[in-house]
Design a protein around this ligand. Structure first.
Ligand code: TSB
Ligand code: ZN
Length: 587
């Protein structure tokens, strides 16, 4: 979707439309006072103080009508240059404008823009006439504290968007509609996948039984893949002492992303933001020969990170997350091969999930940022060049991003483009020469000498949280069979005659570990079938006379109107196969 702020023409148009909105507000609410009305990526907004009046969603149409009227009037938009005194005098009754003017540098050229009977302090630029704003829409209204400070007065923020032609506006509104339909927070609530509660805290989702089923399937899926590739899984505590994170370097380079210290007796703990230090200690727990390497330590590990409250979003950006993490301890010669295996695992998983639209980002350090990055240019150059070399030999296309590396080393991040919204970083594979040194890790090489291993940090799903958010939005909550919280819904057409047979089917499915719901309510067939649809259940079985007499089941797949019939045992085998193969689509 187009970024309006970055498009020069749309930026000006939207800025002018913010003035058009303010003009209309002034007509309908003459006492209104305005704070700022900037252009944002998605259009524009205006913050307004309406005294005791409140603008609700249903008032937006009225405002749009007034905006259309002013637009039709074809008012010319004129720029007026003002001296500081003139500006202060012109807006003397408006404390918001006085605040703006007073905070301007002495040498700022102060300008205002006038259209008909409306004048607003503004830097511009603007379009020439109100007539140029024809294709706009007011989108929503919310509260916003003056200057974003909760101690200040609450203003009303009205959002809108404006395009150059009707087609673009319609497309954009359709896109917004689609985004709303896919929003994982809404689907998560409707389908009881996860919830939040302020008593637990912001960015700390609670996974409900339906969501937990999905997560468990993802865990089982990736666990098996990792096991086949020689990973050993561990469990470690989600806290560590401050000293642990001082040793790793997190304390010096990652502290602002961490929760504050907890003191218990004589120990100082932090909630861990990453699991690497724990895995380093597990490696260190015994002597290693070069023959043992690579050692691959995996964990589904809970981490806590301080994310700004405004950035927290559903399961996509959380403060408590579970990484599908692993640390691979390798000899320098093994880096290339082991890295390739990780990239192949990522590609394999993406193929299973039908993820096709993604880019590899080589995240490098910012050599000037000595605070974020460990200060050892030679180590960084070695790691970055090695990573480039591996990527080139792999033949994958990638782009470079300065300042996106972890503090301990460069990363290969995978940016995935979802059906709606901006790219998200899911998988990551990182090269680290630092932490093994800081933890004094060693292995014995073929000559019997001590060497330091290199560590590859990697997360295939990234976190289960973010990956699930992505899956919900991709599938619109219609999950593939193997992930679906309820896989089969059995509808007994008439309980008096068909319930017993339906119960037998339910039991057989359950014994085959298929997640089943028997709808034996005394409701009409059509009603029960519609409900199975809204619950996004993959298979709906309809059990009536025909099925009972012929020892059959009839089924419908979600979204299809076609009914097929089958012997129960064949149906069970078909489902088992589809589940085992992690089929994304079923027939
Ligand atoms: C891979 N130490 C490494 C690990 O060994 C590490 O922590 N890397 S990370 O910082 O890049 O995080 C791994 C993945 O977690 C990211 O690729 C991203 O997909 C996911 N992630 C990061 N922050 C959040 C968050 N706040 N909410 C949800 N997922 C997140
Ligand atoms: Zn790590």
């Amino acid at each position: 979707m187009i970024n309006i702020k970055e498009n020069l023409e749309l930026n000006t148009l939207n800025h002018s439309c913010a003035h058009l909105l303010a003009h209309a507000i002034k007509h309908l609410y003459p006492h209104a006072k305005f704070w700022v009305g900037p252009v944002i990526n998605e259009g524009f907004y205006y913050d307004v103080d309406l005294g005791d009046d409140v603008i609700k969603e249903e008032d937006l149409a009225k405002l749009e009508k007034e905006m259309k009227k002013i637009s039709k009037d074809n008012k010319l938009i004129n720029k007026i240059e003002l001296s500081r005194e003139e500006a202060l005098d012109m807006f003397k009754d408006d404390e918001y404008k006085i605040d703006l003017i007073s905070n301007m540098d002495e040498d700022t050229n102060i300008t205002a823009y006038k259209q008909g009977d409306f004048i607003d302090l503004c830097r511009g630029p603007h379009v020439n006439s109100t007539k140029q704003m024809k294709y706009f829409k007011l989108l929503k209204v919310s509260g916003a504290y003056f200057k974003g400070d909760s101690k200040n007065k609450m203003l009303q923020r009205i959002y809108g968007v404006c395009f150059l032609n009707e087609q673009d506006l319609i497309e954009y509104l359709n896109y917004l509609e689609e985004s709303k339909l896919r929003d994982h927070r809404k689907i998560g609530k409707d389908q009881e996948l996860f919830m939040n509660n302020p008593l637990v805290g912001s960015g700390m989702p609670l996974w409900l039984p339906n969501g937990a089923i999905i997560r468990k399937q993802l865990e089982n899926y990736i666990y098996l893949k990792e096991q086949e590739l020689g990973y050993k899984h561990v469990y470690t505590p989600c806290v560590g002492t401050v000293d642990l994170y001082k040793t790793s370097g997190h304390w010096d380079h990652y502290k602002e992303n961490m929760f504050p210290v907890m003191k218990v007796d004589d120990e100082e703990f932090v909630l861990r933001p990453m699991n690497c230090p724990h895995h380093m200690l597990i490696f260190k727990n015994k002597l290693h020969s070069y023959r043992d390497l690579p050692v691959r330590i995996g964990e589904f590990a809970t981490d806590f990170r301080y994310e700004a409250s405004g950035a927290v979003k559903g399961l996509e950006r959380v403060r408590c997350m579970c990484q599908n993490d692993a640390h691979l301890f390798v000899t320098p010669e093994q880096i290339g091969d082991e890295f390739k295996k990780v990239v192949n695992l990522i590609l394999d998983v993406y193929k299973d999930f039908g993820i096709k639209d993604y880019k590899f980002r080589l995240s490098l350090r910012d050599p000037l940022d000595k605070e974020k990055y460990f200060d050892d240019d030679q180590m960084w150059d070695t790691a970055e060049n090695k990573l480039r070399e591996v990527l080139n030999s792999l033949g994958v296309e990638y782009f470079e991003a300065i300042g996106e590396a972890a503090f301990y080393g460069p990363k290969l991040d995978v940016e995935v483009k979802p059906a709606v919204g901006p790219e998200v970083t899911l998988s990551t594979c990182q090269l680290d020469f630092l932490l093994p040194k800081r933890f004094d890790l060693t292995y014995i090489d073929s000559k019997g000498e001590k060497q330091t291993p290199v560590v590859i940090h990697r997360a295939i799903f990234g976190t289960f949280d973010r990956f699930t958010a992505f899956l919900i939005e991709e599938t619109k909550g219609i999950f593939p069979l193997w992930l679906s919280p309820i896989q089969v819904c059995i509808i007994s057409v008439n309980n008096e005659y068909h319930l017993e047979y339906s119960k037998m089917i339910e039991e057989k499915l359950q014994n085959s570990h298929i997640r089943v719901l028997l709808d034996d309510r005394d409701e009409k067939l059509g009603y029960k079938m519609r409900e199975a649809q809204t619950k996004k259940i993959v298979y709906t079985l309809i059990i009536g006379d025909h099925e009972k007499e012929n020892d059959l089941i009839s089924y419908r797949i979600h979204g299809s109107k076609e009914t097929k019939e089958m012997k129960l045992d064949d149906f069970i085998n078909k489902l088992k196969l589809e589940i085992e193969n992690h089929e994304m689509e079923v027939e």
